[in-house]
Design a protein around this ligand. Sequence first.
Ligand code: DIR
Ligand code: MN
Ligand code: MN
Ligand code: MN
Length: 306
Amino acid sequence: KTIALIGAPIEEGSGRRGAAMGPAALRIAGIDTTLAELGHTVVDEGDLRPLPARDLANHPRANNLQMVAAFARALDASVHEAARAGRLPLILGGDHALSMGSVSGMARYAAEIGKPLFVLWLDAHADFNSPETSPSGNMHGMPVAFFCGEAEFAPILPADRPMVDPKNVFQVGIRSVDERERVEIAEHGVNVYDMRAVDETGMARIMHEIIDTVRHADGLLHVSFDVDFLDPDIAPGVGTTVPGGGTFREAHLIMEMLCDSGLVASLDLVELNPFLDDRGKSARILVELTASLFGRRILDRPTRSA
Ligand code: DIR
Ligand code: MN
Ligand code: MN
Ligand code: MN
């Protein structure tokens, strides 16, 4: 594969500083050489440096809207362009608000080639707030609502952009949902595998279900990996840790099964906050897991069927 690394040093979508150092930490942890050693061609496009979107009015319940919108626009364009050129976009975040742009860019590409876009959202949070429902006003809690066509509170991207069907969104690892967000995800039919579902059903079966759905629809799969999906014990480098997270083994299994599926069209690595990390531990784990997604394996074996 040819993989395009796209740095998105945004931290304005989260409530604190530090995530802007995420792309640098992922590069220092060796994301490029690790992928190259697996036989891929890696094109590092560097970091996006957009100017704030001054055409938009500030919004009292959408913090730093102008900067979030600027990154969303820049990523929508660069992700779409990379995908069209046959490069797999790998976005180095940056907080999760960046997925407004990366998923929108992939949704445009998918619409052009006539395939449905599916999103696998690995996160402690559902990120389905809007300015009206968000308790914090932080836009990293809003990207799923945004690319599903909810949260249309400002002209961040053209109104005729393709949306993602909420029924094509699969969320895994969820364990922190706000009161009004809970109602929204249920009403819109988002597929949520919360931590209880992971414990009761097991990760292998859940991933089989998701992969089968995407395969039968002949869809493209965008994977969005929030560091706080993982347990804080193994990945402390994130601003919104939630106890009871995914284990290394669960994350590793997800990545190997996704690799086997051959369905992954694009990937976000988000919310890494090197300022809070423990000597690069979280950055290194993200690189390890990315390696598994792109072909590193313990032994060669076929994926067992469900
Ligand atoms: C909370 C925290 N649900 C909010 N969200 C996120 O502010 O909307 N933390 N995404 O990572
Ligand atoms: Mn998130
Ligand atoms: Mn999160
Ligand atoms: Mn709604």
